[in-house]
Design a protein around this ligand. Sequence first.
Ligand SMILES: CC(C)(COP(=O)(O)OP(=O)(O)OC[C@H]1O[C@@H](n2cnc3c(N)ncnc32)[C@H](O)[C@@H]1OP(=O)(O)O)[C@@H](O)C(=O)NCCC(=O)NCCS
Length: 220
Amino acid sequence: MRWHGRLARLARDSPRKRLFFLLALVKQAGVCAYGRGRKIGLATFAEATTVATIPAMRTMGSVVARRAELAEIFQLRWDVLRPGRAIEAARFPGDLAPETVHVGAFDGARNIACATATRVAWEGRAAWQLRGMGVAADWQKRGVGQLVLEELLELVRAAAVDVSLIWCNAREEAVEFYQKQGWRVASEKFHIEDVGPHFKMMRELRAEALPDAARETSAS
Ligand SMILES: CC(C)(COP(=O)(O)OP(=O)(O)OC[C@H]1O[C@@H](n2cnc3c(N)ncnc32)[C@H](O)[C@@H]1OP(=O)(O)O)[C@@H](O)C(=O)NCCC(=O)NCCS
């Protein structure tokens, strides 16, 4: 570019102009360092701004809810949701798919809650399916389930802007928990072998798709 040549000529003349030349080049390249969670890398200014607006985690006292690897949450999922069953019972289709989102809550190094979202359509609509929502017995009813679910919804909203719905097969005893998070029952009761009675439940992910009364809840 012509202005590069002009600046380069000026930069030869004085150290101050050399510094100015360097700054101009950095600005032109639009490159800066950013950090998100444990990931540090390089991004353009635009990318860095986008990343900065997405919270990397949620906290509640000593508890941190964040995106996790399957290996970090698998044992808890198995213990809470498939106790005493073979390991295969705790593996879900889509667990290893690249778009799948796993979230865990951690008290220090201990994993105390888990949830997973995989891409599974709902009645012909692109959607996420929530699976493996569980909280360690000694942490239940202390707000951790809500914390993990909020983090998961935020991550899936950001991961696929064209997907506006999430659904799950909710255990009968967990229906009220989901209702309190803005989900609604969307089926008759049905039975899943070796697990028990369930209802299909769903919720819209975008406030504009919700009735007015539900918009406040969706902001969470
Ligand atoms: C269901 C579960 C995920 C909820 O997580 P949690 O950490 O215990 O729930 P929270 O403390 O975040 O609860 C948030 C709200 O839901 C309510 N709630 C939680 N579990 C509830 C239940 N089983 N029945 C009715 N309300 C419930 C809480 O009282 C709280 O209400 P509030 O906002 O009015 O205070 C957890 O209890 C669990 O893992 N249970 C066993 C496994 C299971 O059933 N998983 C669901 C599979 S579909």
